[in-house]
Design a binder for this molecule. Sequence first.
Ligand SMILES: [Zn+2]
Length: 68
Amino acid sequence: MEVKKGKVCFLCDGTGKYKKPIDETKYDKQFDKYAEFLSMGEARRKALEEAGYTLVVCPDCGGTGKGA
Ligand SMILES: [Zn+2]
């Protein structure tokens, strides 16, 4: 497995903040819809905009923004 220095956290994209959907059901539905013709990142961003989200400390990196 390749290990890079300065790798950013996959879940929060290095921001240390995770966008948690407020309406998870709607988020999942919208994400699936957009994922058919957009990149994962774009689909996620648009689905979050529609479902609404709250910023929480990233559960993956604990807010450091660094990948494992
Ligand atoms: Zn993170």
